[in-house]
Design a binder for this molecule. Sequence first.
Ligand code: SAM
Length: 280
Amino acid sequence: MSAIDGLPPLRVVIAEHGLSARKSLGQNFLLDLNLTSKIARQAGDLSGCDVLEIGPGPGGLTRGLLAEGARKVLAIEKDARCLPALAEIAAAYRGRLEVVEGDALQVDPLQHLTPPIRIAANLPYNVGTELLVRWLTPRDWPPFWQSLTLMFQREVAERIVAAPGSKAYGRLALLAQWRADARIAMSLPPEAFTPAPKVSSAVVHLTALPAPRYPADPKVLEHVVARAFNQRRKMLRAALKGVAPDIEDRLLAAGIKPTDRAEQVPLEAFCALARAVAEG
Ligand code: SAM
């Protein structure tokens, strides 16, 4: 019996259901329920919130989220082998856990959730960045979620919170920081997972801002940022050639030196550039 919920320890669950980890599904499981409760606590006050979890696996984080008081957890899992283990959790937490078998990139979670909604996940590495970019680039802002509490490889976490002038600074930092507060909430060594991955991990916590930090058209900003960092070693006047016929003037109008490189340009200036490009 485990301390947090009276269900069996995760090692027992994994042995009983034959859940040998599959690399192709990005399966590195968290088996320490004290740790999964700690991660769940990073998501903030869960009482009165629905929580979307991607990739519950054997359910360690799921149990943490439920034990920490989530009103409801919607867990989307691609690996059908995990479903019986998750059904046991659903039975213990009557009516508070809904499991959907499927690919998180295909399932529309909004049909199953009621606001306020938080997202928490130990993400499969192969789809983690794609999901994050989707959550950060909805058509309308504020998004359907209040906060994201997500496990990433340390290197990806650093790209999300990076400041200008650092190697990690790029599209992910700008997308994340334009409309959310982003910080690294926890660091985890490889040994925290079974099996242990090659690299360290970190939990990133993002809180959606009510409105973007600086005004800009999302499509134009995304385009300018993508172009600027596609050739991050080039001066911006070269990297952004063709974005506007008079790109040097637009850069100057935004207060950016055309000889600067993308890595040096802060978010506020990128937003000014997006506005200068849109005006043309
Ligand atoms: N949450 C569990 C934990 O912390 O122990 C498992 C985390 S493991 C890193 C990633 C999980 O995501 C696995 O259970 C895997 O089967 C699942 N998964 C992989 N790709 C998926 C996808 N496209 N959609 C939904 N789940 C996926």
